[in-house]
Design a protein around this ligand. Structure first.
Ligand SMILES: C[S@@+](CC[C@H](N)C(=O)[O-])C[C@H]1O[C@@H](n2cnc3c(N)ncnc32)[C@H](O)[C@@H]1O
Length: 319
């Protein structure tokens, strides 16, 4: 039965998150500008108008709510206490001088560590959740007719566990695991996953995934690929293909690439200049379809979700 109430609740929840994170975005940029003015960068390529961006954001929120209505995944959880949000907000502002310092010194390691879940949410106006949840749609199609208890899912570069929590809420009995290079992020992931059925969290490099060949039914990698140099991107993809069972599903979510939406290319041009992302420009023009195919995966469909895209590529061979 269509869950119309769930759909309405999802729209309300996304609207609330949008207002909250837009406010923080505005305050943070004002404060960052005061601490260390940013040089103006005018991209040569076209950029969308604010109205176009907001229309696309609304379309993302509507698609998210429609997926809830259609039963593809459960509604988002309540926003949590105002006290916790205020604590997170204070922590973000306390870290801002260090962030500005890192921006000017281009210190990659600590800048990456600082790009925590709240930072991502703020950057995307609260849309990081719906963009990640877009990855649950191909998983729902893959799961049809399967017993969750027989399905193993690995979230590569799970970070602070935001996607794993969504997976757990949708599939409580799935054999879910997360892997990340950063123990600090995994500690936060453990905290974030509290109260749900345990998820195995492993600290490891995705270039050498510590799981046997053909051991996973589903592998996901979300907002990882743009952070990797081209050769590492290929090694990680080869590892993902190795641990997937034939017919197993790879779901890749990351930024749009150049040409995906030609009128938006200027945003992709400006991003690595405004935020220190040394491999983003390479990522933005990398031939991901060819890379996936070379690794033995079969790119099937790509859909766009606001500033991100979702690529679905099963491993070649029988299921
Ligand atoms: C932008 S965060 C995205 C995290 C998470 N997937 C999400 O959606 O929030 C990128 C993550 O990739 C992890 N990472 C980067 N290189 C890695 C590698 N070689 N192996 C495993 N994790 C890696 C970082 O520690 C970080 O948690």
């Amino acid at each position: 039965m269509a869950d119309t109430l769930g759909m309405a609740a999802q729209i309300a929840s996304n609207a609330l998150r949008f207002s909250w994170y837009s406010g923080i975005n505005w305050l943070m940029s004002r404060e960052a500008q005061r601490l260390g003015p940013r040089p103006r960068y005018r991209p040569e390529r076209p950029v969308p108008s604010e109205a176009e961006l907001m229309a696309d954001l609304r379309a993302l929120f509507l698609a998210d709510a429609s997926a809830v209505r259609d039963g593809l995944y459960p509604p988002a959880e309540p926003a949590g206490s105002l006290g916790r949000h205020m604590r997170d907000l204070r922590a973000m502002f306390a870290d801002l001088p260090a962030t500005v310092e890192r921006r000017t010194q281009a210190d990659t390691a600590s800048a990456a560590a600082a790009a925590d879940a709240n930072g991502l949410e703020t950057l995307f106006y609260g849309a990081a959740g719906p963009m990640r949840r877009a990855g649950l749609k191909p998983i729902a199609a893959f799961m049809r007719g399967k017993d969750q208890r027989d399905v193993a899912l690995l979230d590569v570069a799970c970070g602070t566990g935001r996607f794993l929590r969504e997976v757990r809420l949708a599939y409580p009995a799935l054999r879910a695991k997360g892997l990340d290079l950063s123990q600090a992020y995994l500690d936060e992931a453990r905290r974030h996953l509290q109260g749900l059925r345990p998820v195995e969290l492993v600290c490891a490099n995705a270039e050498q995934i510590p799981f046997p060949d053909a051991s996973q039914d589903i592998v996901t990698a979300i907002f990882l690929y743009h952070e990797l140099p081209g050769d590492v991107r290929r090694r990680v993809t080869a590892e993902i293909a190795r641990v997937l069972k034939p017919g197993g599903l790879f779901v890749l979510i990351d930024s749009l690439q150049m040409g995906d939406r030609p009128g938006w290319d200027g945003l992709l041009e400006a991003f690595p200049v405004r935020f220190h992302e040394p491999y983003f420009a390479h990522y933005a023009t990398d031939d991901l379809d060819a890379m996936l195919s070379e690794a033995g995966l079969e790119p099937q469909e790509t859909s766009q979700a606001f500033l991100s895209k979702v690529m679905v590529a099963p491993k070649r061979g029988a299921n």
